[in-house]
Design a protein. Structure first.
Length: 341
């Protein structure tokens, strides 16, 4: 079992609202760990429309999902949040003292005074490709994210997809793997130009292979992949493969949150509009996953919710401590925290 991480706050969800919550909590001297099922921060913004403009962020007439994510990461950097990517919270239990024991599917364990659910429309879960018996190989040789590059060292890796995740991991795993083959149904990609160009350079140098087609069959035993069948319009071939990484996009599901004992309303979490606390004291919910009268599913609404939530969470984390409301424009103590003084 992993060592228990003791923290003031555990945030479930590293989308824009979860990231901004780190800022508001940090201003009030609360330490935060952040868990997300994706392998990077940004949530829906970064994963589904990283280059699509957003027009309703105050003070930013136009910003892409990735730019907004990058700016938020820069803003919260002084508070040194700890991120735990490619993990889903699977268990949550309340202690007698009001704190929470939390565990993820990767075995990471936390003891948190406050839990904040900022999971957007729910947890993003990878879409399973339509390959017969693929579930027999999942977790042993078929993976939907990369948690440790060492698990792919000296393996024959086949990556399927044409987006940022597929191209990024093609480049990242190439130095460690015995072989890397990128498979996509066409020779055009939905990834950053620089990443695509680098992939083609490696392909030209013989360091990675690119194949047109779709995976139709897996061969192996006891969950251990040995080869797979790749089919295109012109031909069918068998490729050596001991690891398969399919990046077929994501689907949103509420996931284990539904089992946390919260009073749900049509897969949303009801909260009050003073603290944005749920039916379980000490668990707060902000962003698209919560609901209340007049709720608008806007990023700016989530930012407002994060600010009010932080002040309520402070009373739980530091009971009895007097908190004086301050503005970052005039408070030298806040400016020092932000390294702006």
């Amino acid at each position: 079992m992993s060592e228990v991480i003791d923290t003031d706050i555990l945030i479930v969800g590293a989308g824009p609202v979860g990231l901004f919550a780190v800022f508001e909590l940090g201003l009030l001297d609360m330490r935060a760990h952040v868990v997300d099922i994706l392998d990077r921060p940004g949530g829906q913004c970064a994963e589904l429309y990283p280059e699509k403009p957003i027009y309703d962020i105050p003070g930013l007439p136009e910003v892409t999902g990735q730019e907004l994510t990058d700016n938020l990461l820069k803003q919260i950097a002084p508070f040194k949040p700890q991120f735990h990517y490619s993990q889903m919270v699977t268990a949550l239990a309340k202690r007698d003292d009001g704190s929470f024991d939390v565990e993820t599917d990767a075995g990471t364990r936390f003891k948190a005074k406050v839990v904040i659910v900022a999971a957007g429309g729910g947890s993003f879960q990878p879409k399973r490709p339509p390959v017969p018996q693929i579930q027999d190989y999942e977790g042993k040789s078929v993976f939907y994210s990369v948690r440790q590059i060492e698990a792919f060292r000296n393996e024959d890796v086949v990556i399927v997809g044409g987006g940022d995740s597929a191209l990024d991991w093609t480049l990242a795993l190439q130095p460690a793997a015995r072989s890397v083959t990128l498979v996509h149904r066409r020779a055009e990609f939905r990834a950053a130009d620089a990443t695509v160009n680098r992939m083609w350079e490696l392909e030209k140098a013989g360091k990675v292979r690119f194949k047109l087609g779709q995976v139709t069959e897996l061969n192996g035993a006891d969950g251990r992949l040995e080869s797979l069948v790749l089919k295109s319009k012109e031909s069918e071939e068998t490729l050596a493969a001991t690891r398969l990484l399919p990046f077929f996009g994501l689907t949103m599901k509420l996931g284990p949150v539904a089992e946390w004992g919260l009073n749900l309303n049509e897969n949303l979490i009801p909260v009050d509009t003073e603290k944005f606390e749920t039916s379980v004291p000490g668990i707060f919910s902000i962003g698209d996953i919560n609901t209340y009268p007049g709720k608008l599913k806007l990023i700016l609404s989530g930012f407002h919710e994060a600010a009010l939530m932080a002040h309520a969470a402070k009373k739980i984390v530091s009971p009895g401590e007097r908190v004086v409301f301050q503005y970052t424009t005039s408070s030298t103590s806040l400016q020092k925290k932000l390294k702006a003084a």
